[in-house]
Structure formats: C-alpha cells, structure tokens
Write a protein that binds this ligand. Sequence first.
Ligand code: ZN
Length: 280
Amino acid sequence: MTNRELDRREFLNWMIPAGFGLCACGGCRTTPITQRRQLLLIPESQEVQMGVAAYDEVKTKNKISTNAKYNEVVTRVGQRLADAAKQQNLGTNFDWEFTVIADQTQNAFCLPGGKVAFYEGILPVCQNEAGVAVVMSHEISHALARHGGERMTQQMGVDGTGKILQAVVKKKAADKEQAFMAVYNTGTKYGFVLPYSRAHESEADEMGIHIMSQAGYDPNEAPKFWERFGAAKSGDAPPEFSSTHPSDASRAAALRALLPQAVEEYQAAPTKHGVGVPLA
Ligand SMILES: [Zn+2]
C-alpha cells in the first residue's frame, strides 16, 4: 500500500465515524436549528471521549452540591431539554449528565457528550425553573452545535484551504488532546470554560430559546434572565458569562426579537411548565 493510499485510508477513518459526507471541503457540517455551515475536522466521537474524561476530573476536583432542591431542579430541567432536543434528532448520541457544583461562582457549562455542570452561584440569578432552562438550553446548545470542535479545528492550525486534509491526517492523538485542553481552558479556576466567540454566543442563545420553548418553558424568561444577570454579575465573572460579548442588554434585545416564533413553539409544546418552581 502506498503512502498516498494509507493517507486516504486514515482520512476516511477520521471522517466516516463523524458522519462527514464527502463534501467539497471534507469536514463541513450544518449547525442544528440555525443552519450555519461550519468546519469540523475532529470526529465527534473523539470530542465526546475527551469531554467525558474532563467531566470526570471536574467531578473529582470539585465539591458536589448537597442542596436537594438545586440538584432536583437542575436534573429535571436538563432531562426535559435533552428530551426536547432528542425530538428534533439532536444529541441522540449524548449520555446526558447533570451535576451541581458547590461553588458560588456564577457559571455553568456543557462539555461534549452532554456533560453539564451548574455552579450553585448561578442558581439564585435563575430565580425559577424557567431561568435554569435559559442557562441550561444555552449551554447544551454550545455542545449540540459543536462549538468546541469548531474551536479545536481552528486551534489545530488548519486554514480551510487544500492543506486541510494533510493537516488532519498528520495530527496525532496528543495534538488533539492539547487542542482540547487549550480550547477548554483546563486547569483554570473556572474549570472548563470556552471563551466562545460572539457568533457562538448568539447562536447558542438562538438555539437555546427554541429548545426551551419546545420543552415547555416560557421563552419570555430568556431576555429577563440576561437582564437580571447583567445587574447581578459578580466582578470576576468567568469567560462564559463575561461582559465582553455580547453585552447582556444586546443579547436580551436579540432574544426578544426571537420571541414571536419561540412563543408559538411554547404554545405547541405537549406539556407546559411555565416558569416552574421558584428557586429563591
Ligand atoms: Zn455561552
């Protein structure tokens, strides 16, 4: 077998498990709901594998919350949103898990594979179950849209030209792991937080408001949450919730523009939960 054949074989091993078709650029995919073309050169199975390992570390290194109400609400909301996503054929390969961390940081994240962490500090700002659904739907949307994989692709130094195939084939497991660690900021005091781009944030907001509505949570709570959050934010907010992009006021305005369609989806949801139980 020639080197060329070997390269081709390795390339197909990469692409086929990730569900990539043989489109012009090799690793193109369309994001769910927002239908944006994106470039992904790491198979989802590998992203998930690294996400699971990272999540185990999060659970080992942090104190898990013993607050029964927080645990109950976060798990219930998470499960309902995961079910709504599944109805749309999203995240069907995820093994969803929801953990509340006993830490007053105002943070939450979802690692590849549906591994969600909520910090106790964000829950009083959520105020009620629908507020939890706002944050949760936003976070799981980052994972469903594979924003981490997109960042990893960029991190691995591929540039969207003909050099891509060669670059992917030659990357070793260690390089991929390094890309994951760099992208997810492992080892920082916030655990695993992607400094997402403004475009990724807006996309997660848009996907999130549809998913929460389809799960039966009142989408009117989405802009209200971001306004509350803007007022309650602590001085050293982690990157995921920092003020740099987009501003809380502008994301609230963008979410209000999406309300008419979201409210329709909410009205059509088989079961409505409204704002659910209060948390504060
Ligand atoms: Zn985000």
